[in-house]
Unconditional design. Structure first.
Length: 589
């Protein structure tokens, strides 16, 4: 349904236009269908769980007269807030069977319910009910659909739908709809398109407000383009729209990421002069910036300061402190912060658990990570894809292959659905421990099911085969990439070149380099370092000398691995240094 209504620009128009024909036909308006209000029902007091909701619904449909539609609407909305999405669909279908009238608010709730389930296709399937029931479309309905499309990363469909609404004057977009589209675009890196929409708004009837400007400023800050962000800020001020705490938080975040702490101090002073005081988000941004630079003690000092100012840290504040300690390998201190957070009555979420689990896995303390995984379910939380992927990687790092397989099996049976990262971790793990047959079995299964068949996955397989002495198989897969519509990237070529160099097939490696350049894939520092190591490994010093000229001209230099390799070769054969004099001036190792 999505494809019919959205992607074909002319398909939605006759669909919407037919609504106006139906409006003038014999369909009774909703107002004539309203029944008298019966027994007063307080949904909030009566519904505490799913059983309460279902029992109340069954009682309501037996009442004569039926309760008013706002009561049904309130019940559905309460269930949506409780995340009982499938039950909402079931009750809505029951209402249809019982010929209970439907109004625009009920439809909006059910459409939103489908979008929250990431089933925007089903949400679109409800639009014909608007036509049959004579219920007009409104900006809320389409705004919900656009938000649903962005949530499923269907950016093109969302933009096409928005353009159709504007071009065909199906409904007048308000600030909220503009904000939804711009926010969806900016969060996916389409900053210039976000700016273009701002300019479009400025020319139309719906003028941008502080929320709209904040979206654009935040987008530029995320792009680390602080000059453009400040330019938009100045435009906003000239139009008499004063910045608020959200504006300043975006700018502070951008400055922290660039390490411009003096400018951060200046901006904080300006905020206070405008009677805008830092909130928990402001302090959390500052703390995160300090932690990312390894200044965790300074971050804790900021947290003490915020408490003195009467701003209580939240779960995000504690989580960034924990992450800061984990980045420094001080997981026990991160755990202490975690325990302090719980003592203060703040319930940990899956994000805070994942930070600790990652910290323990990095230190190869997988038993503690697994213990935390058990705690998650005890608290009524569900591990997400990041949590499972982290645990799986940690298990492979310590050689617990069987347990890593069990984690994967658990994901397949209970969810979440394994993603590309999951399969890359699995394949790398199998190849790392020489389980080539198991790796290829999984890879072939993914190909058959057409899952995750992206270039990253192929790079893992080609690399794994090369490192396990299966160069011919790796090369065969490489040659088939174009047949399945995948373009090799620089990593793909580097992996193949490394495979040839390890086997001493330097001519084949050079042939691959020529193919790489021919296909407009430029070599990088890794490419040249792989070649130098290959020449050193097979004592092709004269060829290396010629190759190094090209390397230096490209601005590339030895990495730590190549430098170490060279030191070992020079120890055995000091004359190598005389054969490659360029080393003394262009590569300091």
């Amino acid at each position: 349904m999505t494809r019919i209504l959205v992607s074909k620009s002319n398909a939605i128009i006759p669909f919407i236009s037919s609504f106006y024909i139906l409006r003038s036909s014999s369909i009774r308006p909703y107002s004539s269908l309203k029944g008298k209000v019966g027994v007063r029902i307080n949904v909030e007091n009566e519904v505490k769980c799913l059983d309460d909701a279902v029992n109340l619904f069954n009682r309501m449909v037996r009442m004569k007269p039926l309760p008013s539609l706002p009561v049904f609407c309130k019940l559905l909305k309460t269930m949506i807030n409780m995340k009982h999405y499938y039950a909402v669909i079931s009750l809505f279908r029951e209402m249809r069977k019982l010929d209970i009238p439907i109004n625009e608010f009920i439809l909006s709730n059910v459409i939103n319910n489908y979008c929250l389930m990431h089933r925007v296709d089903c949400a679109f399937s409800l639009l014909p009910i608007h036509l049959k029931s004579g219920i007009p479309f409104n900006v809320v309905t389409f705004n919900t659909l656009i938000r649903g499309l962005f949530a499923e990363n269907k950016v093109t469909d969302a933009v096409v739908l928005f353009k159709n609404l504007v071009r065909e004057k199906i409904c007048e977009p308000n600030e909220i709809m503009y904000g939804t589209v711009m926010n969806g675009l900016s969060k996916r890196g389409h900053t210039e398109k976000t700016l273009s929409l701002l300019r479009l708004m400025e020319q139309g009837n719906t003028k941008p407000n502080i929320y709209i400007y904040n979206v654009v400023i935040d987008a530029f800050c995320k792009d680390r383009n602080l000059d453009a962000a400040i330019s938009i800020l100045n435009e906003m001020k000239q139009k008499g729209i004063p910045p608020d705490i959200v504006t300043h938080n975006s700018l502070i975040d951008g400055l922290c990421k660039l390490g411009q702490w003096e400018k951060v101090k200046t901006l904080l002073s300006e905020m206070v002069n405008l009677n805008i005081y830092p909130n928990v988000r402001t302090f959390s941004i500052l703390i995160d910036g300090l932690c990312k630079e390894g200044k965790v003690e300074d971050a804790e000092e900021v947290m003490r300061h915020m408490i003195e100012k009467g701003v209580e840290p939240n779960i995000i504040t504690y989580s960034v402190i924990m992450d800061g300690y984990c980045l420094r390998g001080q997981v026990d201190r991160a755990r202490r912060v975690f325990d302090i957070m719980i003592d203060k009555g703040i319930e940990p979420n899956i994000f805070s658990y994942s930070i600790l689990i990652n910290g323990y896995c990095k230190k190869k303390e997988v038993a503690k990570a697994m213990q935390l995984l058990g705690e998650i379910s005890q608290r009524g939380l569900k591990p997400d894809i990041v949590t499972y992927n982290t645990i799986q990687q940690g298990l492979f790092d310590v050689g617990r292959i069987g347990d890593a397989k069990k984690i994967y099996a658990e994901m397949l049976s209970r969810g979440p659905v394994p993603n590309s990262s999951t399969h890359c971790i699995l394949l790398k793990g199998y190849f790392r421990y020489g389980l080539v047959e198991e790796a290829m079995s999984l890879f072939n299964k993914l190909k058959i099911n057409r899952e995750d068949t992206n270039i990253e996955l192929y790079n893992v397989v080609i690399n794994g085969l090369c490192k396990n002495g299966k160069l011919d198989k790796a090369h065969a897969i490489f040659e088939k990439l174009s047949l399945i519509g995948l373009l090799p990237d620089v990593r793909t070529y580097n992996v193949m070149i490394n495979g040839f160099c390890l086997q001493g097939l330097l001519d084949e490696a050079k042939s691959m380099l020529r193919k790489m350049k021919k296909n407009s894939c430029l070599p990088d520092n890794v490419t040249y370092n792989v070649f130098v190591q290959g020449f050193l490994r097979w004592s092709k010093f004269s060829e290396m000398r010629t190759f190094m000229v090209e390397m230096a001209d490209g601005g590339f230099s030895f990495d730590a691995s190549t430098a170490g390799f060279l030191v070992n070769v020079v120890r055995e054969n000091p004359s190598v240094l005389d054969m490659i004099p360029e080393l003394h001036s262009k590569n300091k190792y």
